[in-house]
Write a protein that binds this ligand. Structure first.
Ligand SMILES: NC(=O)c1ccc[n+]([C@@H]2O[C@H](COP(=O)([O-])OP(=O)(O)OC[C@H]3O[C@@H](n4cnc5c(N)ncnc54)[C@H](O)[C@@H]3O)[C@@H](O)[C@H]2O)c1
Ligand SMILES: O=C(O)[C@H]1O[C@H](OP(=O)(O)OP(=O)(O)OC[C@H]2O[C@@H](n3ccc(=O)[nH]c3=O)[C@H](O)[C@@H]2O)[C@H](O)[C@@H](O)[C@@H]1O
Length: 389
């Protein structure tokens, strides 16, 4: 419960604030709203085009935090109410974006508009009205590692200097323009540069967050259940969908890419520290990830298969994975980040934050949620004859 005696990392009392959260109805936004309602006195002006993932926080009116969260159904592309909401708030958090890789090469214009053009007015209104901004970028701004360009047998590939991603030192390495995968990373990089420049030239108080594969309940959608049948969500939801349907998990280009996964609930702790410690967070770019949870996508598939079998009580398939080419799965123009390990020095020094949850444990709680939420609906969908259109 909210308590009056809450203090920041320097021992100062934390004052209740109003937060304009854009993209509050998404995966990260829903967890952040939950945390803010349950553990702080802050008020949230929740902006999104959807609210399904935060419905449980908005209704009924008897909820203990009723009156501290308001939903505003606004498309930030074209709504003049946005500036008014930013003016009413002490802090704006911008989460709104197209952020599923299947869109980057197939809808590159929408991707660039969403991640750069649509974010411009948010930055401008914050700067002009002297409001603090926490902007959500991505670890994809690092692109590929330097090490990936070394010969396969080079011993330097083992040297962390060639693969650890550090906010103030690593370069941003993207593929050629026809590899449209990088439309997202490039748009995010340019908006980061704009936010940074507003800070340098006009004194905007900003924090930039670079999430490294945050995963957990409510991430994306299950195709054909609460999202389009032909839609391709991010890997957690793709693999969950396969497991729920008893199908082999599809490994793109052999599943050799590596990722570090962090539990959403750990990551949200880091965001709350940023919100409540402006003096420590302003002017910084923060990697937020779990360097201890690195796996190849193939290993992730194997682990998810094992965990799902445990939580569902259903036996794993004899052949749990199949290989698929990236062209077949994502279409022309796909490319991939080879490896993503965050350097944690800055977030450790500034906010003393460290992730806690192991990959096994976070998959166990997440897949328990997926099974409980979707297994019955999938069973019904599979048993129904295909509707004639
Ligand atoms: N989940 C991760 O691990 C991760 C990793 C890297 C970066 N990020 C970044 O964090 C942010 C949030 O990611 P997420 O995983 O919660 O994604 P999400 O898709 O679940 O949430 C984004 C939300 O923004 C809303 N939105 C998009 N365009 C909008 C518009 N024009 N007007 C109003 N609302 C709009 C969507 O409806 C959605 O609810 C994004 O900026 C994303 O690029 C997330
Ligand atoms: O989460 C992040 O930190 C960032 O990275 C993600 O990018 P990526 O990790 O490539 O996206 P996923 O869809 O989660 O894919 C991870 C890996 O799994 C592979 N994959 C995905 C789906 C699938 O069914 N099979 C499969 O092998 C992909 O090719 C990729 O190598 C998205 O770009 C963003 O949400 C975000 O900015």
């Amino acid at each position: 419960m909210a308590s009056a005696a809450r203090v920041d990392l320097d021992g100062n009392p934390i004052k209740a604030m109003t937060i304009c959260m854009i993209g509050a109805g998404g995966f990260i936004g829903s967890h952040l709203c939950e945390k803010l309602m349950a553990e702080t006195p802050h008020k949230v002006l929740a902006v999104d085009v959807y609210n399904d993932k935060i419905k449980h926080l908005l209704e009924p009116a008897s909820l203990p935090w009723a009156g501290r969260i308001q939903f505003h159904r606004i498309n930030i592309k074209n709504d003049s109410r946005l500036e008014g909401l930013i003016k009413m708030a002490d802090l704006t958090i911008n989460l709104a974006a197209i952020c599923t890789p299947a869109d980057y090469n197939t809808r590159p214009l929408d991707t660039i508009y969403s991640n750069f053009i649509d974010a411009l007015p948010v930055v401008k209104y914050c700067s002009e009205n002297n409001k603090r901004l926490i902007h959500f970028s991505t670890c994809e701004v690092y692109g590929k590692t330097i090490g990936s360009f070394l010969p396969k047998d080079s011993p330097m590939r083992q040297d962390p200097a060639y693969f650890i991603l550090k906010e103030d030192a690593s370069p941003c390495i993207f593929g050629s323009i026809e590899k449209q995968r990088w439309s997202y990373a490039c748009a995010k990089q340019l908006i980061e540069r704009l936010v940074y420049a507003e800070g340098a030239e006009n004194g905007l108080e900003f924090t930039i967050v670079r999430p490294f594969n945050w995963i957990g309940p409510r991430m994306d959608f299950i195709p054909g259940i609460d999202g389009p049948s032909e839609g391709v969500p991010r890997v957690l939801a793709c693999f969950s969908n396969n497991l729920l349907r008893g199908e082999p998990l599809k490994l793109v280009d052999g599943g050799q890419s590596q990722r570090t996964f962090v539990y959403i609930k750990d990551a949200i702790e880091a965001v709350l520290l940023m919100i409540e410690n402006p003096a420590r967070a302003n002017g910084h770019i923060f990697n937020v990830g779990n360097p201890n949870n690195e796996v190849t996508v193939r290993q992730l598939a194997e682990m998810m298969t094992e965990v799902y079998s445990k939580v569902s009580g259903e036996p794993a398939l004899e052949v749990p994975t199949i290989d698929v080419s990236s062209k077949e799965f994502y279409g022309e123009g796909y490319d991939d980040s080879d490896k993503r390990i965050p350097d944690m020095t800055i977030i450790n020094t500034q906010l003393g934050w460290n992730p806690k949850t192991s990959l096994w444990d976070l998959l166990e709680s997440t897949l328990t949620y997926q099974h409980r939420t979707y297994a019955e609906a999938i069973k019904q969908a599979i048993s129904k004859p295909i509707a004639s259109s």
